[in-house]
Design a protein around this ligand. Structure first.
Ligand code: ME8
Length: 515
């Protein structure tokens, strides 16, 4: 039976429309999911929306709606975005669903039964924008007289009766877990931040609120609703059917949570502590990507300056957007995007390097080889070198994918494409046409075989274009998985090809507004 692989995005607050940061996370996680599927795993890929909490309540008030209405309205947009981005998610979870209330109450009850929950009074600083409690030493008062938290969001003083989770009891167990599982948190900078935060000591965590009711009721004390992060993190369990033992339960523990760098503490400190308390296995890895800035400007729903992912898809087309985001910014670091950067990157690598090579070699085959894959005869040193480089790609890609180094996979693929271009230019198949037609056939065969390998590996990144390229090579739908990349598989000589179609057109300027 195939090995299981469960991966998730963060669930987004539907307090506004989705922005490019949400699209970025979904595309990256989708790429990882598609890669694992093509590599033979039984994949479960989850995304969704995080609908409770004061941030939702306040946004709804500001917009003259009930929080439920606001959640309905925008959750639908997030679902639509996942579709528009080619998201291959197997489920879309909403924390307002009944299955999620049940799961959240079940994990709460387990933590309570373990003796890790007690009632007391909370007084301290809270950021609505981050939905986070901060210690006073993490806050600063600015010139405007307002106090701010560590992520530059305003904090307010909160005092109310609250249930607490004994987080302070978990410091040693968490540190032992990080120690024993060096890959639990990636990338390294984030791991180091978490280690120093936990080493500096953990305070018990307030995990319920009484001043509003937009949340999941605390079992046995319905005056309280759960702190939104207790319920939010539990979504990952809900989707596996927890607390039931359904078909999906075998997917827990998750293999990978993909999140942004602003929510690392919740996923690598609170979440594992809740799970330890509840006696449940911990996710294998949490990877935090960086933030995307529009020419250096931070974008967020609260700050404004949002660039609509739907508009970006309209202007550039989905595959250009996917390729650019996965290629340009080393995954894990912050990055900028701009119109020029998207156009330059995709025109130079997709249209020029790969598109032209495919177009030139396939149209030569159409014209000079009867529209059939030529029969190669005797590989020389140059042929073997480029074929070997293409064969080595899968192993390199697997290693990079397991470290979420998506950019590195594309860099390796494009390096082979560049090498194939040098090979093609150096061999001058057009000059061989009259003098050495058999040798010409060999060069065209080798080029087409390299393109086949590249196209199979590009499917997770640019599904539609890679599919078209494989169509152009006459590769059947059931011959596109990574088993077709083993060294002994290659293009079958004499196979008829469809008429060549350009696959990666250049982006032509028409003064788009996005970027
Ligand atoms: O944090 N660039 O929801 P959210 C890259 N509901 N990533 C970004 C980004 C940007 N400009 N802005 C946001 C929440 N993100 C919680 C999560 S999980 C149990 C609950 C990322 O809508 C952000 O880091 O504010 C997070 O991973 C995701 O988008 C959703 O952010």
């Amino acid at each position: 039976m195939a090995e299981r692989f469960y991966l998730t995005t963060a669930i987004s607050y539907p307090n506004g429309r989705p922005h490019i940061g949400h699209a970025y996370e979904l595309i990256a996680t989708d790429t990882l999911a598609r890669f694992k599927r093509l590599d033979g795993y039984d994949v479960f890929f989850l995304t969704g929306t995080d609908e409770h909490g004061i941030k939702m309540l306040q946004s709804a008030r500001d917009q003259g709606m009930s929080p439920r209405e606001l959640a309905e309205l925008n959750s639908a947009q997030f679902e639509r975005m996942a579709e528009a981005l080619g998201g291959s998610n197997d489920d879309f979870i909403r924390t307002s669903e009944g299955r999620h209330r049940e799961a959240s109450q079940a994990i709460w009850s387990r933590m309570q039964a373990a003796g890790d929950i007690y009632k007391d009074a909370y007084s301290g600083w809270y950021s609505v924008r981050d939905e986070a409690y901060y210690g006073e030493e993490e806050t600063t008062v600015r010139e405007d007289g307002q106090r701010y938290g560590p992520q530059n969001s305003p904090v307010e003083w909160v005092e109310e009766e609250s249930y607490f989770f004994k987080l302070s009891d978990f410091q040693e167990r968490l540190l032992a877990h990080y120690e024993a599982n060096p890959d639990f948190i990636g990338p390294t900078e984030r791991r180091n931040e978490v280690l120093s935060f936990v080493r500096s000591g953990l305070r018990d965590l307030s995990i319920s609120r009484t001043t509003f009711d937009w949340g999941i009721p605390v079992p046995g004390d319905e005056k309280h609703v759960m702190y939104v992060w207790v319920d939010a993190l539990t979504n990952y369990l809900t989707a596996t059917g927890f607390p039931g033992e359904g078909e999906r339960s075998a997917f827990w523990p998750a293999d990978l949570h993909v999140i942004g760098k602003d929510i690392v503490r919740f996923h690598t400190v609170y979440w594992p502590a809740f799970l330890m308390s509840a006696g449940l296995p911990l996710p294998r890895r949490v990877f935090a990507h960086g933030f995307l800035f529009n020419r250096g400007e931070k974008m967020s729903k609260s700050v404004g300056n949002v660039i609509d992912p739907f508009a970006l898809i309209d202007v550039y087309g989905l595959d250009r957007l996917r390729y650019f985001l996965m290629r340009e910014v080393p995954f894990g670091q912050d990055g900028n995007y701009s119109h020029e950067a998207i156009v330059n990157r995709t025109n130079s690598e997709l249209a020029n390097d790969l598109g032209n090579l495919a177009q030139r070699s396939l149209s030569m085959i159409a014209k000079n080889c009867d529209g059939k894959i030529p029969v190669p005869e005797g590989f020389g040193e140059a042929d073997t070198a480029i074929l070997d480089a293409a064969k080595e790609l899968l192993a390199k890609a697997r290693i990079a994918i397991d470290r979420q180094e998506l950019h590195a996979v594309l860099a390796a693929i494009i390096a082979v494409v560049s090498e194939a271009n040098r090979y093609f230019a150096g061999q001058e198949p057009w000059a061989l046409r009259k003098t050495e037609p058999v040798r010409m056939g060999t060069v065209l065969y080798v080029t087409a075989e390299v393109i086949r390998r590249v196209a199979i590996l590009l499917q997770p990144f640019v599904p539609e274009s890679a599919g078209k390229l494989l169509d152009a090579l006459g590769i059947a739908a059931d011959e596109r998985s990574f088993t077709e990349l083993t060294p002994d598989v290659a293009l079958r000589p004499d196979m008829p090809l469809p008429a060549p179609q350009p696959v990666f057109p250049r982006f032509v300027e028409s003064e788009p507004e996005a970027g």
